[in-house]
Design a protein around this ligand. Structure first.
Ligand SMILES: [Zn+2]
Length: 484
C-alpha cells in the first residue's frame, strides 16, 4: 500500500516541475563526466576546423554522433549557405637583403593571395595612420607595407585591432601597397588569425600577421637602409558554399512549441585546435544535454542545443538559423550563448534586457555556493546571440574572465592544455540550472518589437559598433533583424 502510494506520488512529481532538478543537474555536472574526453576528441582528434574545411565537416559528424551517444533522439543537421569561401593555404616569407632570414607569418583571413611569390621593398608605416601613410608617400607604391602594433592586453585592445582594419586597408590601397604585414600583438613569436573583414567579403589586398620579434627586426633594418622581402601567400578562395549547424533537442513536456536555446560555435580557426574558442563550450553544451538525458529531466518547454558553424566567418550559422526559424521566433523564450573559453563565469550579458536580470538570478538561486550574478546590461555584437538580439529574442551571453581565453585568441596556442577545467565544470553546472529554469518557469520573457530593438541598440550604443562594422544599414534596410 505504501509502495503504491509512493509510486503514485512519484508519477505526480515527474509530471510536474522537478524543483530539485537544478541541484541534481549541477551535482552531476561537477562529478565525473565525459566533458574532457569530448573536448580532447574535438581538439586533438579533429583539430582546428575553419568552416568550409574537411576538419569542419568532420566536427559536424562528430557532434551528431556525440549527441546521439548521449541519448538524444532528435538530432538534426541544418545546411545553410555562406557567400564566400576563404581557407588558408601557403604562407611563406623571407628577408632577402640586407640579410637573409625566414619570417614567421600567418595569412589574415578574407584577404587576397599574392600573384605567385612577390618580391618588393619593405616600407615601415608605423601604426599605419593616415599621416603615417602620407609620410611614406610614393615609397609605399608596390611595396610590402609593415604596420606596427601595440601589445594586446585587454578586450579593448583586441577590439581596437579590429576597428583599425577598414582604415588600414583603404590607406594601403590608396597608397598602392602590394601587401600588408601586420605586426603580431602577442610576443614570443606567437601567430594568430586576424580576420581583416567581418562580413565574410574578400579584401582585395594580400595581408598577414608577422611575428612580433621579426617585425621589430625588420623595422630596425628598414631604419638603416633598404630591406627586400619575398612574400608568398596563397589562400583558397571561392564563391558561395554550404556549411551546417548541428541542433539537438529535448522536447518540453507541456509546451513543446516554446523553446530555450543554448548555443556555441563548433567551428574555429586553424593554427591552434580551437579549445578556448570555442571547443570547451561545445563540449559543455553536449554535457548539459547529456545531464538532462541521464537524469531523465524533461522541463515544461523544449531545450534546443545548437552548435553553429560559420561563426568566425561573420556569425553565418546563427544568422541563417534565425532566418530558417523565422516563423518560430515568437516561441523562443530565451537564448544562452557561451563564447569566451573557460574563464570564471561571473554573470551574463543581458544584451540591453533589464527584464532578464531577475529570471537569471532566480534560476541560479538554488545553486548555493556558486554565484554568477555580476550581470552586464551591455549588448554584444560579435558572437551567435547577435541575430537573435536583432530579432527581439531575449538573449544572454556568459561574462567570463578574459584568462585563459584572451592571450590565445585565434592563436597557435589555443589548445586543450589551456583550458581551466575547474571553472568549466562550474560553468556547466550553472548553464544546466539556468536552461532548466528558463524552460520550466511559469512566466516567460517577451519578444521585443522592431521599434524596441532599435531603441535598445541606440541606448546600449551598439548602433555605433554596427555602423563601424557595416551592419547598421542591413538592420535599417530590414535585411537583418527579422519581424513578422
Ligand atoms: Zn568564438
Amino acid at each position: 500500500m505504501r509502495c503504491v502510494k509512493l509510486l503514485f506520488l512519484c508519477a505526480t512529481l515527474a509530471a510536474a516541475a522537478d524543483n530539485d532538478a537544478p541541484r541534481r543537474l549541477a551535482a552531476r555536472a561537477l562529478g565525473e563526466t565525459p566533458l574532457w574526453t569530448d573536448l580532447r576528441a574535438l581538439c586533438d582528434g579533429i583539430g582546428g576546423r575553419p568552416t568550409g574545411s574537411p576538419a569542419a565537416q568532420r566536427s559536424v559528424e562528430w557532434a551528431v554522433k556525440t549527441f546521439r551517444a548521449a541519448g538524444l533522439t532528435s538530432v538534426t543537421v541544418e545546411p545553410f549557405k555562406i557567400p564566400q569561401l576563404w581557407l588558408p593555404g601557403t604562407a611563406e616569407a623571407s628577408a632577402l637583403s640586407p640579410v637573409q632570414f625566414p619570417i614567421r607569418l600567418a595569412a589574415a583571413p578574407f584577404t587576397a593571395s599574392t600573384h605567385g611569390a612577390l618580391e618588393a621593398n619593405l616600407v615601415d608605416v608605423g601604426e599605419g595612420s593616415e599621416q603615417d601613410f602620407a609620410r611614406a608617400g610614393a615609397r609605399a607604391r608596390g611595396a610590402i607595407v609593415l604596420v606596427r602594433s601595440k601589445e594586446m592586453k585587454s578586450f579593448d585592445d583586441l577590439f581596437a585591432e579590429y576597428l583599425r582594419n577598414d582604415a588600414l586597408i583603404s590607406s594601403a590601397r590608396k597608397a598602392g601597397a602590394a601587401a600588408l604585414l601586420l605586426q603580431s600583438t602577442r610576443p614570443r613569436g606567437l601567430l594568430y588569425r586576424h580576420p581583416m573583414g567581418l562580413d565574410g567579403a574578400l579584401v582585395p589586398l594580400p595581408a598577414a600577421v608577422v611575428s612580433r620579434e621579426h617585425a621589430e627586426r625588420l623595422s630596425r633594418l628598414a631604419e638603416a637602409g633598404d630591406v627586400r622581402l619575398r612574400l608568398n601567400l596563397q589562400n583558397q578562395t571561392g564563391g558561395e558554399y554550404e556549411s551546417q549547424n548541428v541542433v539537438a533537442e529535448i522536447r518540453g513536456r507541456e509546451k513543446p512549441e516554446e523553446i530555450v536555446l543554448i548555443g556555441a560555435h563548433l567551428d574555429s580557426w586553424d593554427l591552434g585546435t580551437g579549445a578556448e574558442d570555442n571547443g570547451v563550450n561545445v563540449a559543455m553544451i553536449l554535457d548539459v544535454a547529456r545531464g538532462f538525458q541521464e537524469l531523465g529531466i524533461v522541463p515544461r518547454r523544449t531545450i534546443r542545443f545548437a552548435l553553429f558553424t560559420g561563426e568566425e566567418q561573420g556569425m553565418w550559422g546563427s544568422r541563417r538559423y534565425v532566418e530558417r526559424h523565422r516563423a518560430e521566433l515568437d516561441n523562443f523564450v530565451a537564448t544562452v550563448t557561451f563564447d569566451t573559453g573557460s574563464g570564471r563565469l561571473s554573470g551574463f550579458y543581458l544584451n540591453g534586457r533589464e527584464d532578464l536580470r531577475a529570471p537569471v538570478n532566480a534560476a541560479l538561486a538554488p545553486l548555493s555556493g556558486f554565484t554568477a550574478s555580476d550581470h552586464l546590461i551591455d549588448a554584444l555584437d560579435g558572437t551567435d546571440n547577435f541575430d537573435f538580439l536583432l530579432s527581439g529574442v531575449p538573449n544572454l551571453v556568459g561574462v567570463q574572465d578574459p584568462i585563459p581565453y584572451l592571450p590565445d585568441y585565434h592563436a597557435e596556442s589555443d589548445t586543450f592544455d589551456r583550458v581551466n577545467q575547474r571553472e568549466q565544470k562550474i560553468t556547466t553546472a550553472i548553464a544546466s540550472a539556468l536552461v532548466w529554469s528558463l524552460a520550466e518557469s511559469p512566466q516567460r520573457l517577451r519578444r521585443q518589437s522592431r521599434q524596441e530593438v532599435e531603441k535598445l541598440l541606440i541606448d546600449t550604443k551598439l548602433d555605433q559598433q554596427m555602423k563601424a562594422f557595416g551592419q547598421w544599414s542591413d538592420f535599417t534596410a530590414g535585411q537583418r533583424g527579422l519581424f513578422q
